[in-house]
Design a protein around this ligand. Structure first.
Ligand SMILES: [Zn+2]
Length: 304
């Protein structure tokens, strides 16, 4: 049963107390009922301040411990509103936007929350793409125009996989990669795409030798077509992700942060047909109680 607010008003009404937020997190973290994080016991008594006392090992468990909400000093209601901000807007939210809307005193807090939420946007153990997949690389860097060739300096190299869905784009995967070696390209494909799938790439020799896949390379130089005609889906994704980075985030993203922004774009893109924004909210809260906490010191510091 997917249970989520449909509108901002529903969100405000339903999550007006810390208790209500904790009850929601409880249902998402322990859908079959309480499970002690220490001993696996299934019985517990509620205590003060939202803690649960395990009947077997006496451990005092908190529904937020071990999740991205761990040790938060601000009310969960504010977190829920931040998540609503992130999921209810078509292009997502910037740290400045979240700070303003929630009236947070510090930009750093808003920034750290968004970084934590981005970590929750990649579900652990998610399935790989299958079917017919286009794969290509692109650069993200200071000079977005006129980037030609495969040599890169001060630019991030990003690899993108886009699933064919008839004439449209299905799901996507993308990641920053260190180089264009065979080992790097093959690792991305193995981790992102089911064996047996058709993998369409350009003629870069490093893509060669994909033994578990049906590899369909196209040599652009000999066909008279451009990359965007031969691998149209992946090129469309590349242009969308660049527009999003430049638009919502003004391109002000360091290479070290880029991975998390790519994760956020992927999360949004793969759920773009979901009619309800509330469902996106549900999905993100659900994943937020499944990932490890990211204490602030482990987050990369903002560079502005
Ligand atoms: Zn226990």
């Amino acid at each position: 049963m997917e249970d989520y607010p449909r509108t901002l008003m529903e969100l405000e009404r339903r999550f007006s107390t810390d208790f209500a937020c904790r009850a929601y997190l409880f249902a998402l973290r322990w859908p079959e009922g309480f499970v002690c994080p220490r001993c696996g016991g299934r019985r517990a008594w509620p205590m003060k301040r939202g803690l649960w006392l395990c009947a077997r090992c006496r451990h005092q468990a908190s529904v937020t411990a071990g999740t991205i909400f761990q040790d938060t000093r601000l009310p969960l209601m504010l977190w829920f509103r931040a998540i609503w901000q992130v999921t209810s807007q078509k292009n997502g939210a910037s740290a400045l936007g979240v700070q303003r809307v929630l009236g947070l005193g510090s930009y750093k807090t808003a920034w750290a929350w968004l970084q934590k939420l981005r970590r929750a946007m990649i579900r652990p153990g998610r399935e790989r793409l299958s079917g017919r997949i286009e794969v290509d690389e692109t650069y993200w860097g200071a000079e977005e125009k006129g980037v030609i060739g495969r040599l890169t300096q001060h630019k991030a190299l990003v690899i993108v996989a886009a699933q064919e869905d008839g004439g449209k784009i299905g799901r996507i995967r993308m990641r920053r990669i260190p180089d264009l070696t065979k080992a790097t390209l093959h690792r991305f494909i193995q981790e992102s795409i089911e064996p047996g799938s058709v993998v369409r790439t350009d003629g870069l020799p490093a893509y060669g030798g994909l033994s578990d896949y049906r590899h369909a390379p196209t040599v652009i130089a000999h066909s008279g077509q451009t990359g965007s005609q031969l691998l149209p889906r992946v090129h469309q994704v590349v242009s969308l992700v660049k527009r999003w980075l430049l638009g919502t985030h003004h391109g002000a993203i360091g290479q070290d942060h880029l991975d998390y922004y790519l994760d956020e774009f992927t999360f949004r893109f793969n759920r773009r047909s979901s009619a309800s924004r509330g469902k996106l909210f549900y999905r993100l809260v659900q994943q937020a109680v499944q990932v490890d906490p990211a204490p602030f010191k482990t987050l990369i510091r903002p560079n502005h």
